[in-house]
Design a protein around this ligand. Structure first.
Ligand code: TMO
Length: 319
């Protein structure tokens, strides 16, 4: 009985390979890394569920969002679904140079990650969104914790490492405080909303937040290639990080070089996957606004988008 079952599974695998022209995927789990913001967790579950529906085994591991590029490079995880240019461009480029991972294509989405304020903040600081106007208003953002300097609530430390360096490079009157979690950012905005207190926090797009709180990014000196490597780039000739993050950043997929040989069918689907800004904002909303668990959010997202969005990616690999 056991032998018969094994044989028939092998036959099915062979016939899939014959139909698709790909070898069969390994039955080892495709390990997908999970980080600490909602769209990434939901997207990872969406893609995991797509792979499972195709017969792959999938495993999720929670990892640091910078260290993950080393994990993809060495094959400890198979891929990364959200490589945001602003937060992770430097780690991604460093891993590419070492070898072992590659760029598996761009999502349709255009991204931005930077200092951001809810619109009511402009009443206290009408010169916004200019960073110089923000700096001139620093006292409006002062708290007991920051004395006469303004308080900027940055993301968790693993996302962006150079908030304090930017403040120093541009000689700003701000103190950078790292939030412990994404939830702490939303709590800060929510708490300021009642009395329309001015706040400036780290935020990004696509995200659920844009549908909840109208707001704007602070306009820093525009990002130029090398701003993080060459002091001469950017307005301060002696400092790195004297510019904003890219205002029209990429969102990439990264894959372990071994993925295409070990799971050729899943790898083919990965290459076709491309999410848009509204789709990614919706994934975040299902968790952050609707309070679904990420797995449920992924299932719900897939039910709504299976036919129109997902099926073509999968079918293109079956022919
Ligand atoms: C990495 N993130 C999207 C939270 O800026």
């Amino acid at each position: 009985m056991k032998r018969f079952a094994k044989t028939s599974i092998a036959c099915v695998a062979l016939s899939i390979a014959a139909v698709t022209g790909h070898a069969a995927d390994s039955s080892d789990p495709i390990v997908i890394p999970i980080h600490n913001w909602s769209s990434q967790i939901v997207m990872s579950n969406v893609v995991g569920q797509i792979f499972e529906a195709a017969g792959n085994n999938v495993e999720y591991v929670t990892t640091d969002s910078q260290a993950v590029y080393e994990s993809v490079r060495t094959g400890d995880v198979a891929l990364e679904l959200e490589v945001w240019e602003g937060a992770f461009g430097a780690s991604f480029r460093a891993a590419l140079e070492k070898g072992g991972l590659h760029d598996a294509g761009d999502h349709d989405a255009v991204t931005r990650e930077d200092w951001w304020y809810p619109m009511w903040t402009k009443e206290a600081c009408p010169g916004l969104p200019s960073w110089e106007a923000l700096n001139a208003c620093a006292d409006k953002f002062a708290t007991a914790e920051t004395g006469d300097k303004g308080r900027y609530l940055d993301g968790p430390v693993d996302w962006l490492k150079h908030g304090q360096e930017r403040v120093a490079a541009l000689d700003m009157n701000f103190v950078v405080v790292n939030a412990g979690s994404a939830a702490a950012l939303w709590a800060e905005i929510g708490a300021a909303e009642a009395d329309k207190r001015p706040v400036v926090v780290f935020n990004w797009t696509p995200n659920f937040a844009e549908a909840v709180w109208p707001g704007e990014f602070v306009e820093f000196p525009a990002w130029e290639e090398g701003c993080d490597k060459d002091p001469a780039v950017g307005p301060n000739p002696d400092a790195l990080f004297d510019c904003g993050n890219p205002a029209e950043g990429y969102l990439k997929k990264a894959a372990w070089d071994g993925m295409k040989d070990k799971w050729p069918n899943a790898y083919c689907v990965l290459q076709n996957i491309s999410f848009t800004n509204p789709q990614i904002a919706e994934m975040a909303k299902l968790v952050d606004t609707d309070e679904l668990e990420p797995e449920e959010a992924a299932t719900e997202w897939l039910e709504a988008n299976q036919e129109a969005v997902v099926a073509p990616w999968v079918q293109a690999c079956a022919s």
